[in-house]
Design a protein around this ligand. Sequence first.
Ligand code: UGA
Length: 437
Amino acid sequence: MRITVIGCGYLGATHAAAMAEFGHEVLAMEIDRAKREALAQGRVPMHEPNLADLLARNVESGQLRFTDSYAEVAAFGDLHFVCVGTPQQPESLAADVSQIEAAITGLAPHLARPALVVGKSTVPVGTAERMAGRLTALAPAGGEAMLAWNPEFLREGYAVQDTLHPDRIVVGIQDSRAEKLLRDFYQPMIDQGSPIVVTDYATAELVKVAANAFLATKISFINAMAEVCEATGADVVDLADSIGYDERIGRQFLNAGIGFGGGCLPKDIRAFVHRAGELGVEDAMTFLRHIDDINRRQRERVVHIAKAMVGGDLAGARIGVWGAAFKPDSDDVRDSPALWISGQLHLKGADVRVYDPQANATAGHAFPTLTYADSAVEACRGADLVLHLTEWPEFRELTPTDLEGVVRRQQLFDGRNVLDVDAWRSAGWTVRALGRR
Ligand code: UGA
């Protein structure tokens, strides 16, 4: 098919390249000139494993092209995927859907023949219905310009894999013609075994936020248990392993630590609480405020622990930090707990030196006054304390020998509960972690 993709962030760039890989002809629209030009040359402007190859291959073959013109998008094909961002509003918990509105308003006047616009962005429930009305009103094709909502569940770090092999395909529709088109479009994935759920707009929109709310709840649950473990001398990793063996619970997303961040989980649960309030069902969603509070408390607890470990005064203490990205295999520092903690320690007077295998540049852009080191070992030179905050595999490989003669005091805090604590302790290090003995 000839399809178009509007918005080329993580979601759009990956969707465009992956759909080209499936053999579709893809025209992708990006209004940011620098990003568009990079993509058109086959360069990915963020760190996402396997995306660079996928993109370069399909740009080279001509299967994937880029534009900044809605007229060209409308002329190119009749299936248009909207993949723009829906960040948190600056002074509210609500999601900012202005990019979605702009995409529909920009595209609709060019839709003169039957077309299907497919929203993939995460939106407050009710947005699809509103956008469907706007589409019909503005498109010369009128009711022949249809809308579907088809949320995306990709994880950063696994974006290509999740897009090529989705664990489910959810489509919210109002018209059975839209279902037929999307079934045909996704047939290769359905044939691979991806289940498809066809439902209404509201359910499709809610599936996405409900999934992220559930994942956030799992993480905050185990982090709350970590606090109880600390108060009782219990061990949260043994606890998570043990409850995780119960298939009804499952071990995934039960890794206690400094909490969740990124461009999705935090803003999605806040937007959900806000929307629930507008719908008059805020009481049902109040627990998500607690989930957010527990998550934020983890970060604050780390600042307190670090302060105590350096002797009660952060001013003048030197702290080496491993990790700045919100999770490994990403250079994304949006709402990153690692960067938040580093920033707080710096603002309280510590000399903080951060190293991240991929996120030094993005972190430096977001927080230019921190010092960034070229290696994990360099970040620790002269340190009174080392903080492990993003669980990149290379940090797990480091041994006490690597830091011999490098640090001032042998003190380590494992914020992700993955380091070999016994090995570090045997080498004479003081090690602390959240919820661990
Ligand atoms: C999340 C969801 O996992 C995706 O399914 C969803 O499609 C995506 O948001 C989205 O809304 O687009 P992502 O933001 O890439 O994906 O990150 P996650 O893998 O969910 O991790 C989120 C945060 O939770 C990270 O900071 C991670 O370190 C933290 N986390 C994760 C924990 O603290 N403990 C865990 O056990 C798991």
